[in-house]
Write a protein that binds this ligand. Sequence first.
Ligand code: SAH
Ligand code: SF4
Ligand code: F3S
Length: 469
Amino acid sequence: MKIPNYKDARKRSKEEVLIRNFSLDNQYLDLGKNKKFFLKTYGCQMNEHDSENIKGMLNMMQFTETDEMEEADLILLNTCSIRENAHNKAFGMLGRIKHLKETNPNIVVGLCGCMAQEEGVISEILQKYRFLNFVFGTHNLDDLPKLVDEGLKGSKLNIDVLSVEGDIVETMPVTRDSKYKAYINIIYGCDKFCTYCIVPYTRGKQRSRLKEDILKEVEELIQEGYQEITLLGQNVNAYGKDLYKDYELADLLLDISKLNIPRIRFITSHPWDFTDKLVNVIKENDNILNYVHLPVQSGSNKILKLMGRRYTKESYKELFDKLKSIPNISITTDIIVGFPGETEEDFQDTLDIVNYCKYDSAFTFIYSPRENTPASKLEDNVTLEEKEQRLYRLNELVNKYSKEANTRILNKVENVLVEGESTKEGNLFGYTETNKLVNFPGDKSLIGKILKVKIIDAKSFSLDGEIVE
Ligand code: SAH
Ligand code: SF4
Ligand code: F3S
């Protein structure tokens, strides 16, 4: 049994990151023959992409996927720790699975993802969820085949979680959710240690993939006909800092841009590492889309400092203005309300920055204390009622600006990558270059194509359109 520990998870040594290649031991090759797996994923795009690797491994072992948990031989939960409600959802699901397992003890059940890296979660599992066959963490996804094998042989609660700073595993098999757009990890982990955030503990040290490995993956995706790639990292702007002397995200984007894939996105950008070179590269290259997710978290300098964000509202606005010089750019953000010590005045500063930036959209959250983080030791002195009211007021404002941003492109023609059929019959949906959702009538043979769509109606969260070509 290997149990996570925060002391090790916090370590950031200068030691080189180990890169290892995935290979599947022959003995596991037909483990999943005539067997089905059910995989539930919580959390961010990084977790979604990990799940694509998990599916890749399971498919290689001949498992097939099912959407019906009740008919699965193997159930896996890929979990998220970012806020308390993500926890509650996963534990709620474990309650349901417990019943299933009582009626069919042969089902193999595993839990992975960020929650697996938390000391508190593991002790709760050891007390209350001993029916699980195995738990593995974010640093050893490639242990899955071995754990499934042991599970099928009846292993009892095997906890296999590493608290190392993290290696990089290359050549992982992958079953992607889309044939047209793909996620590519470019940097793992996070060294920013914002005081409220659990990610640096659950995902380990910041470590970039070699540019050659990334470019090779992009080339393969182009060969397979992919139209859009999204470069992933908790802080993509830090790409290269741990590896190269002078090769940063801007250089990587330029190299990828030359490979001629129609659409390139990247998330998430921390304002701290946003260079002028990066602003220019977005401005000058058509296939690097005019869309930046730039979390602000708060508009109050006092709160930003307490959060350890390393910028002020003034420097954030300066960067924002530089980005706004890019024609038609869309900028979105994340905001937390009710951080410890946030007064009405601090909250007003947040509303002020939203009024200044008029974001295209924003994800808004009530602060949730996370185990072992510095902020969790501060007195949580904002009442739940105040937090909820602030969230409500913030959302009203954010939605007003989303609607305005959508209205600005009314009657304009946008390039839309068609992703699938929408719930309304005979309609398709896709996203503009600026990441806005559009629904429009069309035949499903158009899925996977980039079309010109005229915007004919604007709502807060989506657009309606019609194909012009
Ligand atoms: N790496 C990204 C954010 C990843 S987490 C960045 O630094 O911008 C996504 C969002 O979740 C964060 O931007 C933040 O707004 C929110 N979040 C993170 N920890 C939180 C917490 N403890 N409580 C509430 N929201 C949180
Ligand atoms: Fe968390 Fe901050 Fe890292 Fe984002 S940059 S993952 S908010 S610690
Ligand atoms: Fe959640 Fe882990 Fe992502 S905590 S947001 S799944 S990095």
